[in-house]
Ligand binder design. Structure first.
Ligand SMILES: [Zn+2]
Ligand SMILES: [Zn+2]
Length: 210
């Protein structure tokens, strides 16, 4: 539970302090009408390192927070530009990054209440009661105290949006397996090796068997 100094209002204006609230909105500010947050965040601010997704510039974030009792539903969109490495030619290339997110924040699960423990002392062997979060499609994050920490969630969502096989272009020619030249820049001097014909191999195998 961290005490925040005098930063209460999420209002008009765009001071750097307001930016801090974009990533740490207070529960008290999520009214019955919800709370809309928009702004730009940098890779640093959400804890993205070079080993994670690389960004070109900052990310534009637009989030809507709604509260259902102690559960906060966060929906929104994240847009920016990522720098990918092509799986074929290994060249870095910028790629638009845009995704929608929908997650929920719940209070940090508490320890099993004392009442549950002494519910039935005749059944000592029974394993402790564990309260599992409801299985839904929403990803569940937790908050403690009076505000949400959105940065770790945003970092994770950005990483989850990474494509499995980024390609600089659909018909990327890749690198020559022999000399390593980027074949998008033109052909290399290597002799093209004729691929072994699997049918030829099968044929000779059959002949041997006869
Ligand atoms: Zn490529
Ligand atoms: Zn080559």
């Amino acid at each position: 539970m961290s005490e925040r100094d005098g930063m209460k209002a999420w209002g008009a204006g765009a001071s750097p302090e307001i930016m801090m609230d974009l990533l740490t909105p207070h529960l008290a500010d999520i009214t019955a009408d919800g709370l809309s947050l928009t702004g730009d965040v940098t890779a640093d601010e959400i804890g993205l390192t070079g080993a994670d997704t690389q960004l070109e510039g900052s990310l534009a974030v637009g989030l809507d927070l709604t509260k259902f009792e102690r559960t906060i539903c966060v929906t929104g969109v994240v847009e920016g530009t990522a720098v990918r490495e092509c799986v074929r030619c290994l060249a870095p290339f910028p790629e638009p990054l845009a995704f929608a997110l929908r997650v929920v924040y719940e209070p940090e699960p508490k320890a099993v209440p004392a009442a549950a423990k002494r519910m039935d002392h005749r059944k000592r062997a029974v394993e402790p009661v564990e309260i599992e979060p409801d299985e839904t499609d929403d990803e569940i994050y937790h908050y403690a105290g009076d505000h949400l920490e959105l940065a770790p969630m945003l970092r994770e969502q950005v990483i989850l949006s990474d494509p499995m096989h980024p390609l600089c272009k659909l018909d990327c020619a890749g690198l020559c397996p022999q000399c390593g030249k980027n074949l998008n820049d033109g052909r290399c001097a290597c002799q093209e090796e004729a691929p072994a014909n699997p049918f030829q191999a099968l044929k000779s195998l059959k002949t041997e068997q006869k």
